[in-house]
Ligand binder design. Structure first.
Ligand code: PLP
Ligand code: ZN
Length: 427
C-alpha cells in the first residue's frame, strides 16, 4: 500500500467525536486527514474516538429520539453533530426480519433474523459507508468522489455524489452484471470500466491517488477508507437496537475486503463499552464464495496470512482476491469462537431461492453466500441453532438477475381451457 503524500488538513476539521486516526498495527496516532496508512509501519489507520461519557440511559434515549436512519448514531460516528441536516441519501434503519420460515427450514430454534440491507437507497449496504465518507470528503474539501468498486459501491457513490453536490468518477471491473453497471452510470457521474479484476482496479486507484491526475479526489474506500469503514458499525448498532438493545449470539457476515466484518465487531464492542448492551459473548462468522475464498482458506488452514487468489464466482460483489482486512477477520473469527466458511456458486443460488421462498426476500448473490454459509455451519454443528442468530443480506437480487434462472410456470393463451390444461388450478 502506498503512503499518502498529501498533508492532511487538521485544524478546522469537525468530525464530531472522532479525535484522531490510529494505526491498527503500532497504535501511533495521527491528526484527522485524508490518509489511510501509518507513516511508521504502513499499517491501516482507523478512527479513534472520544465517545460520549455518562449515563447509558440518556444516550439510549437520545439515539431513539433521533432520525430514522444512520444519523441517529451520530454521537458514535466521525460526522459533525448537525449531519442530519445535510444533503444525504440518509441510509440505514433497514428491516431486521424475524425469519421464522427460514428458521424452520434450517432447524434454528433460538431465533433467526435477516438484516435486510437491500432496503437501502441504492439497494446495498454500501450506502452506509459512503454516507460517512461523504462527510469526511466535505470536511477535507474534496469536490470529486471516487472509488474502486465491485459494483455496489460505484452506484452508492454515484447516487450520494448527486444528492450531496459532488462530482463523481468511479471505477469498476469491465465485466460486471448489467444491473450494477446501470446503477453506477445512471446518476450522471463518470463511470470507467477497467480491463481487469477488482484487485487491478484497486491497484490502479492507488496509483491515481499519488498522481496529479487524481488531485483533489476523495476515494471513499482508499484515501477516505478509515472514515468509510466506520459506516459498517451502524449495522451492529441497528441490529442490537432492533433486538431490544441486546447483542445477538451469532452473526453471519459476508466478506469482500473484510472491512464490514471488522467494523461490525468494533461497533458491538463500543456498545458494550458504553453500557448500551449487556456484555456477553457473541460469535462472528465470515462468509465467502468458494470461487473467491482466500480468508476461508486461511481460516481452515490455520494460517494468519491470507494468500491472494484470482476470483471466479457469481458473487461478484464479494470478488476481492486480496482482501485488505483479511488478517483482522481471521483474528475476530478466532477470538469470538466463530469461523470463516465458503459455499459453491450452486449453493449460493440454492440459498437465494430458499430465502426468497421462505421469507419473500430476494437477495443478491452476496445474500446467497451468507444464507448458504449459515446452512453449512448449522449442518456441520459449528453454528448453534438454539442461539439468536442474525444473517446479513447486503444487497438486492434485482442487481444480479442473471444468477437465478427463474421464469413463468407456464405461458398460455388467455382462455380458461388453456389454464385448465396447464394443470395449475385448484380443481
Ligand atoms: C461491498 C459488499 C460487501 C462487503 O464488503 P467489505 O469489503 O467486506 O466490507 C458485502 N456485500 C455486498 C453486497 C457488498 O457490495
Ligand atoms: Zn503503525
Amino acid at each position: 500500500m502506498a503512503v499518502q503524500s498529501v498533508e492532511p488538513s487538521t485544524t478546522s476539521v469537525d468530525l464530531g467525536p472522532a479525535a484522531a486516526l490510529s494505526c491498527r498495527e503500532c497504535g501511533e496516532r495521527f491528526d484527522l486527514g485524508p490518509i489511510f496508512a501509518c507513516a511508521l509501519c504502513f499499517g491501516p489507520l482507523e478512527v479513534a474516538y472520544e465517545l460520549p461519557a455518562g449515563d447509558p440511559g440518556t444516550l439510549r434515549e437520545r439515539i431513539e429520539a433521533g432520525p430514522a436512519n444512520i444519523w441517529r448514531y451520530a454521537p458514535l460516528l466521525p460526522v459533525p453533530a448537525d449531519v442530519a441536516g445535510k444533503p444525504s441519501l440518509n441510509p440505514g434503519l433497514t428491516k431486521l426480519v424475524k425469519a421464522d420460515n427460514l428458521a424452520r427450514a434450517l432447524g434454528v430454534t433460538g431465533g433467526l433474523y435477516v438484516k435486510d440491507d437491500s432496503g437501502n437507497p441504492t439497494h446495498s449496504f454500501k450506502d452506509r459507508v459512503v454516507a460517512i465518507a461523504v462527510e469526511a470528503a466535505r470536511a477535507f474539501g474534496f469536490t470529486t468522489l471516487s472509488c474502486s468498486s465491485t459494483g455496489n459501491l460505484a452506484g452508492a457513490v454515484g447516487a450520494a455524489a448527486a444528492r450531496a453536490g459532488f462530482k463523481s468518477c468511479v471505477f469498476i471491473p469491465h465485466d460486471l452484471e448489467a444491473g450494477k453497471v446501470v446503477m453506477a452510470a445512471v446518476y450522471g457521474g463518470d463511470l470507467v470500466g477497467i480491463e481487469g479484476t477488482y484487485d487491478d482496479v484497486n491497484r490502479f486507484c492507488s496509483e491515481l491517488i499519488g498522481d496529479p491526475l487524481g488531485e483533489g479526489w476523495g476515494f471513499v474506500n482508499v484515501n477516505l477508507r478509515p472514515y468509510y469503514g466506520e459506516g459498517s458499525k451502524t449495522l451492529a448498532y441497528e441490529i442490537c437496537e432492533q433486538l431490544g438493545w441486546r447483542l445477538p449470539d451469532q452473526i453471519v457476515v459476508p466478506i469482500a475486503s473484510g472491512s464490514q466484518l471488522t467494523k461490525i465487531d468494533k461497533g458491538l464492542k463500543e456498545l458494550v463499552a458504553l453500557g448500551l448492551v449487556e456484555d456477553r459473548p457473541y460469535k462472528i462468522f465470515g462468509a465467502q464464495a468458494e470461487g473467491c475464498s482466500p480468508v476461508a482458506r486461511a481460516f481452515k488452514d490455520g494460517h494468519d496470512v491470507v494468500r491472494p487468489v484470482k476470483p471466479d464466482t457469481i458473487a461478484k460483489s464479494l470478488a476481492i482476491g486480496n482482501p485488505a482486512d483479511g488478517p483482522y477477520v481471521l483474528d475476530i473469527a478466532r477470538r469470538t469462537g466463530g469461523a470463516v466458511e465458503d459455499v459453491t456458486d450452486e449453493q449460493i443460488v440454492d440459498a437465494i431461492r430458499l430465502l426468497a421462498r421462505t421469507e419473500g426476500i430476494f437477495a443478491e448473490t452476496a445474500g446467497g453466500v451468507t444464507v448458504g454459509v449459515t446452512r453449512k455451519l448449522i449442518e456441520s454443528g459449528r453454528l448453534d441453532p438454539s442461539l439468536t442468530t442474525v444473517v446479513l443480506n447486503t444487497g438486492d437480487g434485482l442487481k444480479t438477475l442473471d444468477a437465478v434462472a427463474a421464469g413463468p410456470t407456464a405461458t398460455i393463451r388467455p382462455s380458461l381451457e388453456a389454464f385448465r390444461a396447464a394443470g395449475l388450478a385448484a380443481v
